[in-house]
Ligand binder design. Structure first.
Ligand code: XMP
Length: 571
């Protein structure tokens, strides 16, 4: 199978890059940026490895470091002469520049977000390393559809003479996130585009297949980003698509089986998509007798959640299902806690304490592995050190010191750690999970604990559970303009109980009741989110239903903040 190697220099977007290439149907592997060439292509370039896989090209990721800092990671310099096509993204273009004697300098102001890129330099018909290949790369910016690029529409001479690229004046909206820029282009390279503020945005070597991009084609905000990557993967690297979910599942299953051996594995199931898919994977990869699925009803669950989780897990064929009722313990531990991080820590630590206690009670040995449904965005948002992410919120499933201890002992398995949410859903559907499970909106580990702002009490949990259920049921009943049910059109929706009361009227009496906020957003990977633009009628009717049926709530507000600046959850 053909594969693309991604050299990771530490960008938050590296895993996304890997996933975008896989989305194109070509296998990709993310490895450390400093990996020696001999380890990237053990049998030499353009030779298949022992598994029959063939590296077709190398992509340099971005990085939070500067090439001018001594911490800036440096690739094996032999890579530049191995003949394999190279695409440098952001830090990648700067790395290529610095490594070839060009100059990179700090900008007075960072270039961030959607930025226009203009191509007003010699069109790719110029004699460059391979006129045809460069032409095929530029077709990514051109008018070809992704399907046409994949099917090889851009193969053959003359591809570069088509469309906007060859016209010499073309532009598109890229996605940028950089504080350094290419100040002087290295000898032997040509510039093909610049940003509106004058930064070189596309450079290409004159004789070697080396291309640098200052922007991020992998980011959702980059117009034609996937087509640009396809121009590289198919046009320049000539990769053949051969990557399927089936192969991926086989790969995860065999690495799980290898790591875990015959030891038992314990998975804490939250009932959400991630942990359920993890459970399904464990049951597929291992002997179901090894797999212990533990579900804690923390008292912070949504309405009827425990019942439906139990049914799903039984359907999955679980043999060791441990359903625990821990409501009193969680509520007692949370008493008096108001700080969001403190609440998360209490919940996370108690999860582990109970897990250890219950593991002992069930009689699972010390050597038991712990599985987690951690997905890639959880890891970067929790700032796991080696990924250079900044701490935004400590997610309970990666932030607890007790989990870290298991991790240090090498006894944590996180089979979804490289995947984004929508990939997890595709995987779940491949594993045969029903739409009711894989179509479920994400639910945070700390549950209603982070949706009741301020102190958490049983009474508040009950109020929120009722209101949330009304909101969600309405979304499942009502249709959007597209004809789809609102629940399926929205990526995540939930209700939040605010720590304030407001004045209202009930009959002729003044009452002092809770305020509820509704949140509904669309997102692809939870890294950014946009508020869902409801029809006013839907919001008004849902609000009326909630206040009519939950007497403790007298006022409903709709949260209209995107992420960023707001996060999806309120705490
Ligand atoms: P935020 O609020 O950080 O949420 O924008 C991004 C996505 O992650 C979910 N989330 C969590 N998931 N443990 C989890 O497993 C957590 O502590 C946690 N906090 C937020 C959130 O629901 C959204 O989908």
């Amino acid at each position: 199978m053909d594969k693309i190697i991604i050299l990771d220099f530490g960008s938050r977007l590296t895993a996304l890059l890997g996933r975008r290439v896989r989305e194109l149907g070509v296998y990709s592997e993310v490895i450390p940026g400093t990996t020696p060439l001999a380890a990237i292509v053990p049998g030499g370039p353009n030779r298949p490895d022992s598994k029959g896989d063939m590296v077709r090209g190398i992509i340099f990721s971005g990085s939070p470091e500067s090439v001018n800092s001594k911490n800036g990671p440096v690739p094996d310099q032999k890579i530049y002469d191995c003949g394999l096509p190279i695409l440098g993204i952001c830090y990648g273009i700067q790395r290529i520049t610095a490594d070839h004697g060009g100059q990179v300098a700090a900008m007075p102001q960072r270039e961030e977000g959607r930025v226009e890129v203009k191509g007003k330099f010699p069109a790719p018909a110029d004699p460059v390393f391979d006129r045809e290949k460069v032409g095929r790369f530029f077709t990514g910016f051109d008018n070809y559809s992704l399907d046409q690029i994949k099917k090889g529409a851009v193969r053959g001479a003359g591809a570069s003479a088509n469309g906007v690229c060859a016209a010499g004046e073309w532009s598109f909206i890229s996605y940028m996130a950089h504080g350094d820029k290419v100040e002087r282009i290295p000898k032997g390279f040509r510039q093909y585009a610049e940003s509106v503020s004058g930064c070189p945005s596309v450079i290409v070597h004159e004789t070697k297949p080396i291309i640098g991009l200052q922007f991020h084609p992998e980011a959702a905000g980059c117009d034609r980003g996937l087509e640009i990557l396809a121009g590289f993967v198919f046009g320049v690297c000539q990769s053949a698509p051969g990557w399927t979910m089936e192969q991926y599942v086989n790969e995860i299953c065999s690495s799980l089986a290898k790591k875990v051996g015959k030891e038992p594995v314990l998975l804490l199931i939250s009932g959400g998509v991630d942990s359920t898919v993890t459970g399904a994977l464990l049951l597929k990869a291992l002997n179901p007798d090894q797999v212990h699925l533990m579900y804690m009803d923390t008292g912070l669950m949504r309405k009827d959640e425990t019942k439906s989780v139990k049914e799903t897990l039984e359907r999955l064929g679980a043999r060791h299902l441990h359903i625990l009722n821990c409501e009193n313990e969680f509520l007692a531990a949370l008493k008096g806690a108001v700080d969001p991080e403190a609440k998360r820590k209490i919940i996370g630590d108690l999860y582990i304490t109970i897990q250890e206690r219950e593991t002992a009670r069930i009689g699972l040995p010390e050597t038991t592995f712990m599985a987690q449904g951690t997905i890639y965005p959880d890891i970067i948002e929790s700032g796991r050190a080696e990924l250079n992410g900044a701490l935004v919120k400590s997610h309970h499933n990666v932030g607890s010191p007790l989990v870290d201890a298991k991790r240090r002992a090498g006894r944590v398995v996180e089979p979804l750690e490289k995947l984004y949410k929508d990939e997890v859903r595709i995987l779940g559907s491949f594993l045969g999970l029903g739409k009711d499970v894989i179509g479920r909106h994400p639910f945070p580990g700390p549950g209603l604990g982070v949706r009741i702002l301020g102190e958490v009490t049983k009474e508040k949990c009950d109020i929120l559970r009722e209101a949330d259920a009304i909101f969600i049921n309405e979304l499942k009943k009502r249709k959007a303009k597209s004809g789809k049910f609102l629940y399926d059109e929205i990526w995540q929706a939930f209700a939040v109980l605010l720590p304030i009361k407001s004045v209202g009227v009930e009959g002729s009496k003044r009452v002092y009741t809770h305020v509820l906020a509704l949140r509904a957003i669309n997102s692809t990977d939870a890294m950014t989110a946009e508020v869902y633009p409801f029809e006013t009628k839907d919001l008004l009717e849902i609000s009326r239903l909630i206040t009519a049926n939950v007497k403790e709530i007298g006022r409903v507000a709709y949260d209209i903040s995107n992420k960023p600046p707001a996060t999806i959850e309120w705490e």
